[in-house]
Design a protein around this ligand. Structure first.
Ligand SMILES: [Zn+2]
Length: 506
């Protein structure tokens, strides 16, 4: 059957026909895009005409850096993002312990030390008071640091004699005892152990999670940290038909989110972390802070190896020193491996200087950035020659720039991300680099065509054009015409995946 959707306002994101009124869909693909009369001519023996009543249609949103596997499981763990005291965290964890099946780690997610009195991180003692007799882990909202209780530390074998791993730190008190707080790579063992049991229930929660994503307009995403164990859960979920949207996998190692995979299958993109997340590698004047995971040479060697093994690379680089190191490594690797190389992209690039930006443009290496971090955290550049999330500057320089959420580290809604990029304002209305605001058209492109390109699916997704997969949304308002501060309130009325409406609001 051919379906003819007519009388709409289609923002196609396709340069050959940017605005259209109608489209025809058959066998999961877009057959034609054009004017209503033109599309009505395509009626076949079996057909359905759907009147869009003037509503706006856009391609399904693509999120090339999401953490679906973590987000799906978070229904099991209490959300601690809004906790504003240690006592509140303790109450939440004690309650979670009473609801956690025997044998599992108690987990709480998302605490924000900025909300706690004195901006103090919780300690093992704080957690021991709430959960004394079984392992517990409380994750920071960044997912780059965490606090374990005493049983948890013992279970992971972390004692005062344990050295800091490269790229991480075990926080210690004056007497040298671990405080429970684990930064970056130091949290890998505990985090992996605390999630393992819960992951066996992934299939059970995956379908509902994909439908929550679809309700926000997401039709294709990439999970930016898939361990070999998580990959097995994805295989189960696909076999069970539990994924209602398309989820791609970016591989990490079996030992933790921040470690590269030793055995990823050819074709699967793999993740290389140049630096930390919350403690990213920064250079301010002659002061260097944060964690750099590799030097330029070691990172270049890993890149070349990945390409020779037939893998694309997603390079995480957040601080200006992380970005500088990653750009240098990519530069060296491209010079060494001219033919047959895979793709490479740079994710986050939160602190960018003009030298790194210009080099990325020259190399043709795109970035994947997170506009919703503006909504949650705002912020301003720590130095005059350093730019914080310079979306407009990157666009003007011709740097390919895709949007993503990094959910659950940032807000999942693409429309909220688009609003944040256009207004450059936080939830509280505070400005954060107004000069870097994007026009709505550009922000929409960054979450559709540009995001599809970053995910390597631009031949098939990201715009409304004949031959592409029929993934699209019907919106309650046109983002190009509504007030910028109301873009996040636009409702996704219908979400279509492969030519079928998987979600329709009354
Ligand atoms: Zn991430």
């Amino acid at each position: 059957m051919i379906r003819l959707l007519v009388n709409g306002t289609l923002l196609t994101q396709d340069d050959s026909l940017p605005v259209a009124q109608a489209l025809a869909v058959k066998h999961g693909r877009i057959v034609e895009v054009g004017g209503t009369d033109e599309i009505l001519w395509l009626r076949e023996d079996e057909y359905e005409v759907i009147d869009l009543g003037g509503r706006t249609v856009v391609p399904g949103f693509v999120d090339p850096h999401n953490h679906f596997s973590i987000a799906a499981l978070e229904v099991f763990w209490p959300d601690c993002r809004m906790a504003d005291s240690i006592e509140a965290l303790q109450r939440t964890l004690a309650k979670a312990a009473s609801e956690t099946p025997a044998g599992e780690w108690v987990r709480g997610v998302g605490y924000d030390h900025g909300r706690l009195p004195g901006r103090r991180h919780p300690t093992r003692a704080d957690l021991d008071a709430a959960v004394p007799d079984r392992p517990a882990l409380l994750l920071h909202y960044s997912h780059h640091q965490a606090v374990a209780n005493s049983v948890g530390l013992a279970a992971a074998g972390i004692t005062r004699a344990t050295p800091d791993p490269p790229g991480g730190e075990i926080a210690r008190d004056k007497a040298g005892e671990p405080t429970g707080l684990l930064f970056e790579r130091a949290m890998s063992v505990v985090e992996t152990a605390s999630r393992a049991g819960w992951e066996t229930r992934f299939v059970e929660v995956a379908r509902a999670a994909t439908l929550r994503y679809a309700a926000l307009g997401l039709t294709t995403i990439q999970d930016a940290a898939v361990s070999p164990a998580t990959a097995r859960r994805y295989a189960e979920a696909r076999a069970a038909g539990a994924l209602a949207i398309d989820v791609g996998e970016i591989r990490v190692g079996s030992t933790g989110w921040f470690d590269p995979p030793d055995d990823a299958a050819p074709g699967a993109p793999l993740k290389l972390f140049a630096d930390g997340g919350y403690r990213c590698a920064m250079r301010l004047g002659d002061r260097v802070t944060g964690f750099l995971f590799y030097d330029r040479e070691a990172l270049a060697a890993r890149l070349v190896r990945a390409w020779r093994d037939g893998r694309d690379v997603v390079c995480h680089a957040l601080g200006n020193l992380g970005v500088e190191t990653a750009v240098g490594a990519i530069d060296d690797a491209l010079a060494r491996e001219r033919a047959g190389r895979g793709r490479v992209r740079l994710d986050h690039a939160m602190f960018l200087d003009r030298t790194s930006l210009a080099r990325l443009v020259d190399l043709g290496v795109g970035i994947v950035v997170q506009p919703s971090f503006i909504w949650d955290h705002g912020g301003r550049s720590p130095a005059p020659d350093l730019m914080l999330r310079p979306f407009a500057t990157a666009r003007a320089a011709g740097l390919p720039q895709a949007f993503s959420s990094d959910f659950p580290c940032g807000e999942n809604s693409p429309l909220l991300g688009i609003q944040a990029a256009v207004t450059r304002r936080t939830r509280q209305g505070e400005p954060s680099g107004l000069e870097e605001a994007l026009p709505t058209e550009a922000a929409l492109r960054a979450y559709t065509v540009e995001a599809a390109r970053a995910a390597g699916v631009e031949g098939d997704r990201g715009s409304l054009a004949p031959g592409k997969r029929a993934d699209f949304l019907v919106l309650s308002a046109n983002p190009l015409e509504c007030a910028p501060e109301t873009i996040k309130d636009i409702e996704v009325l219908q979400t279509w995946v492969e030519g079928r409406p998987i979600l329709v609001r009354p």
